[in-house]
Design a protein around this ligand. Structure first.
Ligand code: FAD
Length: 266
């Protein structure tokens, strides 16, 4: 359980940033608090972003923009999200705990934390998303995922080019609502593929050789084998590295196959 000394609703992003930087180690930006409440932090200033207009889902200037405060459940239910990318984003989060939980957990808390097990960051990577940070500006998600975590900035929104690409998601869990043992997302636009693999158990990364296989027309089977060979996998209580490697080959193949079938159906 965490404790909070002062709970604040800043009236501007400038104020939120100023509060955070009074002491980044002891102050915290709040998402849905689903993860925070499992820890034992003693938070001096808890910074609630919910009055700063970051709860918007917008399609503008050719991008789908997801505000930091939107919930995982909104990714499953909002028409602007479900109608795009074959519902990839909603599908990716649909196995996380349960609906009441997903009504609380936010996009900001999920993406900023860069969890290795994250279903959402795996899906967003395959869409070439970027994050918009208060201090850091717009950063490609792949770059953000590769950077060390310092809780010294505020994630404002996630941006995804609204380019109509096809997509598919696959994950394997030991039980329905467990963390994923492995997660895979693929997307395809005009014959150019993106493949990402998460819960390795490290953070999601793009599988570039697997994407090359698909770009060159070598097919889902070859892409799966390539993903298993090019990425590193680790062992934890959910699975061994060898099992994850085999799983990656299967899930990449299945996801790519699904994408091709969707493309053929039109
Ligand atoms: C029991 C349990 C099971 C889970 N299972 C899965 C799973 O299977 N798959 C999966 O992908 N995820 C899973 N998650 C993670 C979950 O989906 C969320 O990603 C997680 O709860 C964080 O979201 P939150 O909104 O609750 O963030 P919080 O708990 O509020 O915050 C998490 C961290 O992010 C920081 N933060 C929050 N918002 C911002 C922001 N806008 N800018 C900067 N920093 C910010 C906070 O300061 C904090 O350090 C699970 C979580 C729990 C507790």
């Amino acid at each position: 359980m965490y404790t909070i000394k002062s709970y604040v609703f800043p009236e501007s992003l400038e104020e939120a940033d100023e509060l955070l930087h009074r002491d980044c180690r002891n102050n915290a930006v709040l998402g849905g608090c689903c993860w925070l409440k499992l820890g034992r932090r003693r938070i001096r200033w808890a910074i609630d972003l919910t009055r700063l207009g970051l709860d918007q889902i917008e399609v503008k200037d050719g991008f789908l923009e997801l505000g930091a405060c939107i919930t995982l459940r909104q990714l499953e239910t909002h028409p602007a999200v479900t109608a795009r990318f074959d519902g990839l984003l909603g599908e990716s989060v649909s196995h996380i705990v349960g609906v009441p939980f997903r009504n609380c957990a936010t996009v900001g808390g999920s993406v900023f934390s860069r969890f290795g097990f994250s279903d959402l960051t795996c899906a967003l990577l395959a869409l070439d998303a970027s994050v918009v940070l208060y201090r850091g500006g717009e950063v490609p998600l792949a770059e953000f995922m590769a950077s060390p975590i310092a809780f010294d900035d505020i994630l404002l929104k996630v941006r995804i080019k609204d380019d109509g690409r096809r997509a598919a998601y696959q994950s394997v869990r030991r039980s329905a609502t467990d963390f994923p043992t492995l997660a895979v997302a693929v997307s395809c636009l005009d014959g150019r593929w993106k493949v990402s693999v998460g819960a390795r158990p490290g953070r999601a990364v793009q599988a570039e050789e697997a994407a090359r296989c698909l770009n060159d027309g070598r097919g889902p089977e070859a892409a799966g084998v390539a993903a298993g060979a090019e990425l590193t996998f680790g062992t934890d209580l959910r699975a061994g590295a060898d099992y994850r490697k085999k799983l990656a080959a299967v899930l990449v193949r299945r996801a790519a196959q699904t994408c091709i079938e969707r493309e053929n159906k039109g």
